[in-house]
Design a protein around this ligand. Structure first.
Ligand code: SF4
Length: 400
């Protein structure tokens, strides 16, 4: 299954009113943070040499997410990637993605990112309608987004993904499709579309918690979802997961690894990883991250990840264990992760991983969901139907 690296940049220029990700706007410690991240990356590279799952070309994908990685000096981001590439021995065919914000991207930065090794950009465009962008509190307008996207191509990036948000108050279908058409015509290879969700502890929650269903009924939201997928498909961008679509061959290898249950290292405050069947996370605290990443004790990590006898639940201020998965847990999780994808469950793969027949282990759940028209079976594939996509969470929970 290979292994992968996720790097978290916790800095943003301004907090968007709907966002509940961990990010901070004070960038004064960015340099110290990236220095600490270099130290953590070196630690994991050393760890990878001792415990990596296959002594091959190193991790298959690297993903710098955030936050807004493009809002800190590019030297920091490029320096960290170069360190990761050298210390892990990342192969030339690895997929290396950087999330960027149109408001803090330029052609010059793009060229530097490209020459340091990034070969894929994920740009948070969200919409190409100025009213919607204003509602979302984004820093860019539609002109700025188109300029940034053009500059990304001019800088030499051929593999570009864009994020769009649907279900924004005041947004209609025409606005969404017009925006998608523009970016497809410009040559993007991958589109991620997310329905706006109103999260607690955000300004949007106070604004919309009581009215969101009046502004957008669940039926309208579902109608939008399916129309977007049909539109993308008709334009050659094929849905391959609940929220992701691409030109065939340009699916995100990094995200596909998550749905495949692969191992991944995590670097940075707020970053989450999965190693040795342990799901772990970094504390959402830049200050303590800087302190702790500069003084990692290998033994503590080995214990937390279950390589040594004691299995403490946390390393104070740095890492904590979210879950230790047994074989049974993984077997239960398999359909949960795989049903997100259009390929769905592969019963032969399930058998080779767990030595059990999927149809026997999940006989009742399978019968009940196929009976309701929510799941379809085609040879060794089991996947969500169009109706099943609308009730994906319920179907997946059925397997847990
Ligand atoms: S730019 Fe992204 S991570 Fe930063 S506040 Fe906005 S939505 Fe959140």
């Amino acid at each position: 299954m290979g292994r992968h690296i996720y790097v978290h940049n916790p800095f943003c220029v301004r907090k968007c009113p709907y966002c509940d990700f961990y990010s901070i706007t004070d960038r004064s410690c960015a340099e110290a943070y990236y220095d600490a991240a270099v130290k953590e990356a070196r630690f994991w590279a050393d760890f990878d040499k001792k415990h990596g799952s296959s002594g091959d070309n190193g991790p298959d994908t690297v993903y710098f997410g955030g936050g807004t990685p493009s809002c800190v000096p590019e030297e920091l981001v490029c320096g960290l990637l170069e360190e990761i590439t050298a210390s892990f021995g990342i192969g030339s065919d690895a997929e290396i993605t950087l999330e960027v914000n149109p408001a803090s991207f330029s052609k010059e930065k793009g060229k530097k990112y490209l020459s340091s090794g990034f070969n894929r950009l994920s740009m948070g465009i969200q919409s190409l309608n100025d009213g919607v962008l204003k509602t979302l509190g984004r820093l860019h307008d539609s002109k700025g987004a188109i300029k940034a996207l053009n500059e990304a191509f001019e800088a030499g990036f051929a593999n570009i993904s864009v994020d769009f948000i649907t279900g924004v108050p005041g947004q209609d279908m025409e606005m969404i499709l017009e925006g998608l058409k523009t970016v497809i015509d410009m040559g993007v290879k991958h589109v991620s579309t997310y329905s706006l969700s109103i999260e607690e502890n955000t300004p949007f929650y106070d604004l919309y918690k009581d009215s969101i269903e009046d502004l957008l009924t669940p039926e309208t939201e579902r109608g939008m979802y399916h129309m977007v997928r049909r539109f993308l498909r008709a334009n050659g961008i094929i849905p391959y997961e609940i929220s992701n679509s691409s030109i065939p061959g340009f699916e995100s290898r990094h995200n596909t690894a998550y749905w495949d249950g692969a191992d991944y290292y995590a670097v940075g405050a707020g970053a989450h990883g999965y190693l040795n069947s342990v799901r772990f996370g970094h504390e959402d605290n830049v200050e303590s991250y800087i302190k702790c990443a500069c003084a990692i004790k290998e033994n503590d990590i080995l214990k937390l990840l279950g390589y040594a006898n004691a299995t403490p639940d946390s390393i104070e201020g740095f890492l904590y264990c979210e879950e230790r998965l047994t074989l049974e847990d993984k077997m239960r999780e398999y359909p949960f992760l795989k049903l997100r994808t259009s390929k769905g469950i592969d019963t032969a793969e399930f058998y080779s991983r767990y030595g059990k027949r999927f149809e026997e282990v999940y006989k009742n759940v399978l019968e009940s969901n196929t009976g309701k028209g929510l799941l379809a079976v085609e040879g060794q594939r089991i996947f969500l139907t169009s109706k099943g996509l609308d009730l994906a969470n319920l179907v997946m929970e059925d397997f847990l």
